[in-house]
Write a protein that binds this ligand. Structure first.
Ligand code: 5AD
Ligand code: SF4
Length: 443
């Protein structure tokens, strides 16, 4: 039996692809293992969004070469995802332990075919190796789905679309993943139904720009899809990641308000910058005023909503005043959480040619200031939950002995309880609020 290990970097779309590969390989009688040393096949799913993500991946490959491959000559390594799209040659050249490189733009169905051939080949090599201890070598390698780990909540990660046509000036994704492509609503709904029947309690609809979704067959859009998902029978929650403000409509929020039991009152709404000048340079095609209007819609239509965002600091040309404008928006909106990033220059992007005249110290100062401000806001936002009774979904047992659950807004809640609660919805009363999580008791 071939044992495979999946190492996944980056976004949840990558998690969904990895989950699909896991299902596919399990269907081929392979077994997923959770450490590299146990594996016969290692699949590394890569992320190119920022330079740091790339550096991590390259040092991981180096580690595999030095520590893992030496003890298992027949070990095969496959690299997939965004870095695999645009650094194929470099990966092959630098790492002779890598047997196959398959880019994010390529058709995942081809990956399936290659993968099945590859497993057959690997099986015979493994057998020969173990029977004769001979040393031989050859080389070789699909879609969203359902990931099961022992005693953990079952989640369904569904790629509803892939690629991006937006060309934000800092972003490599349109180049690594290619143009937008929406998947068939019929197939998406079928897959979700299957996953719900198999016990999934949480469905996440994924895409680089989910609200530009368009069913290739009927031409219907995102809010219609969302409504169809909400109509599927069963007890489950639905989230989506990420919308683009340019495509955010009231209809999406109204559908969410109509199905409060299923559609989580949660939106991750990436602002990127609080300065109109920077937003324009980023090619984001909305203004701060339009973004703020959308936040008003959200808070009016869904009063209990949790809102998070992405912010990039020190984009080329960002002055101290521009950064202060971002800080003011952060104070005004009072997001429940933010994902802050320092701008990272990426190959192919338009911003690469822009002059970056912000010192490293200044970049760090800005991001720290932003993090500090948001920590205070998150703490205040969490404090508003004190004493409230919330419906949460229990995820798993933590090392500290407590159960980890999450609210609709993805806020972590710790509670005491039995293992049998894992994967179920319970009500908890919030007894303590902290900076990044809540403590609750079952009611
Ligand atoms: N530099 C820094 N942050 C980036 N992001 C995307 N590209 C870059 C880059 N070149 C951030 C954006 C996006 C999130 C997924 O990653 O904030 O919303
Ligand atoms: Fe990148 Fe912009 Fe597309 Fe998001 S919308 S993936 S930031 S280009």
């Amino acid at each position: 039996m071939i044992k495979f290990f999946l190492k996944t970097y980056g976004c949840q779309a990558n998690e969904a692809d990895s989950a699909a590969i896991s299902i596919y390989l399990t269907g081929l009688n392979c077994k997923e293992v959770y450490s590299e040393t146990e594996a016969d096949l290692i699949i590394v799913n890569t992320c190119a969004i920022r330079e740091k993500a790339e550096e991590k991946f390259f040092s991981y490959l180096g580690m595999l070469n030095k520590k893992i491959k030496v003890n298992k000559p027949y070990l095969k390594t496959i690299v997939i995802g965004c870095i695999a799209t645009y650094k194929k040659d470099e990966i092959y050249k630098r790492f002779d332990n890598v047997n196959f490189v398959f880019g994010a733009k390529e058709d995942l169905n081809n990956l399936k075919v290659v993968l099945s051939d590859f497993i057959v080949e690997l099986e015979s090599i493994k057998n020969i190796y173990h029977s004769e201890n001979s040393k031989r070598d050859t080389g070789f390698l699909n879609l969203g789905g359902f990931k099961t780990a022992p005693k953990e909540l079952k989640r369904s990660l569904i790629n509803i679309m892939t690629g991006c046509n937006n060309y934000c000036s800092y972003c490599i994704v349109p180049f690594t993943k290619g143009r937008e492509k929406s998947f068939s609503a019929f197939q998406i709904l079928q897959k979700i139904e299957q996953d719900i029947k198999a016990g999934a309690k949480e469905v996440t609809l994924l895409g680089q720009n989910v609200n530009s979704y368009k069913d290739p067959e009927s031409g219907t859009g995102f809010f219609e899809l969302l409504e169809s998902v909400a109509k599927i029978e069963g007890e489950f929650w639905v989230r989506f990641l990420s919308p683009h403000p340019k495509d955010m409509t009231k209809e999406v929020l109204q559908v969410m308000a109509r199905y409060p039991e299923k559609l989580c009152a949660y939106v991750h709404h990436p602002l990127q910058s609080g300065s109109n000048k920077i937003l324009q340079a980023m090619n984001r095609t909305y203004t701060v005023e339009q973004f703020l209007e959308q936040i008003d819609w959200m808070k009016t239509i869904l009063p209990e909503i949790t809102i998070t965002t992405d912010i990039i600091v020190a984009f080329p040309g960002e002055t101290n005043q521009n950064f202060e404008q971002t800080m003011r928006v952060i104070e005004a909106v009072r997001f429940d959480g933010i994902f802050p990033f320092i701008y990272s220059a990426r190959k192919y992007t338009k911003a690469l040619s822009l002059k970056d005249n912000c010192s490293k110290d200044e970049k760090i100062k800005r991001i720290n200031e932003l993090i500090k401000k948001q920590q205070d806001i998150t703490f205040e936002q969490n404090s508003l939950k004190m004493g409230k009774v919330l419906r949460v979904l229990v995820e798993k047992r933590m090392a500290n002995g407590r159960l980890l659950a999450r609210t609709q807004g993805n806020i972590r809640v710790f509670l005491d309880g039995d293992d049998s609660l894992i994967g179920s919805f319970v009500h908890v009363k919030v007894e303590k609020t902290r900076r990044s999580d809540l403590l609750g008791v079952l009611v």
